[in-house]
Design a binder for this molecule. Structure first.
Ligand code: COA
Length: 160
């Protein structure tokens, strides 16, 4: 997939060690154990290598006007496959509610289509109304649900 994408307000670029600080903050906002800056950078370097190896992975979402980074969006194998990957996104809380996830995800859908893939998935907790709404806005439809140890998970699909 393309590793450099421009939208009206955003630049998406490969996520790597540069992103250690905000990524650490994001992990903290999830309520997970906070990695040190060094651990955070090492984790991002591993993810970056995997992206270069498989051709899909996470892009940092940068605001063009403000020159800051607000989160990431990604194509991942997740519960699906390399041919039909999942789309995922996560933004720092202070940037929620301004249409950024929708704008980034829309661009990533186009990037996925440009690789020749025919279908994308997303798996989302049934409780996650903002994420379900983003997917609805970018043309995903509900396919089925499962229940696992994290509760009800909705599988959504989008033909490209
Ligand atoms: C999901 C997430 C990325 C959305 O980011 P965002 O930039 O705020 O999304 P957008 O502003 O593009 O769109 C959010 C939409 O959800 C709506 N929304 C927000 N809270 C809502 C709620 N409680 N119930 C219903 N809709 C809600 C917004 O109104 C907006 O829809 P609209 O444009 O029709 O008004 C962000 O909430 C996030 O990072 N969450 C934590 C990580 C996460 O859950 N990632 C997804 C895992 S699958």
């Amino acid at each position: 997939m393309a590793l450099d994408i421009e939208t009206e307000r955003l630049t998406l670029r490969l996520r790597d060690e540069r992103d250690g600080e905000w990524y650490r903050e994001l992990v903290g906002e999830r309520g997970e154990d906070l990695p040190t800056l060094e651990e955070s950078r090492a984790r991002l370097a591993r993810f970056r290598d995997l992206t270069l190896e498989t051709g899909i992975g996470a892009l940092a979402i940068c605001r063009r006007a403000e020159s800051d980074v607000i989160g990431y969006c990604a194509l991942i194998v997740g519960r699906c496959s390399l041919d039909e990957p999942e789309i995922a996104y996560e933004l720092l809380r202070r940037f929620h509610g301004r249409g950024y996830a929708t704008e980034a995800a829309q661009a990533l859908v186009a990037a996925a289509a440009a690789t020749g893939r025919h279908r994308l998935w997303s798996t989302v907790g049934a409780w996650n109304a903002p994420s379900l709404r983003v997917l609805e806005k970018i043309g995903f439809r509900r396919d089925h649900t499962i229940t696992d140890d994290r509760g009800e998970i909705v599988y959504l699909v989008r033909d490209l």
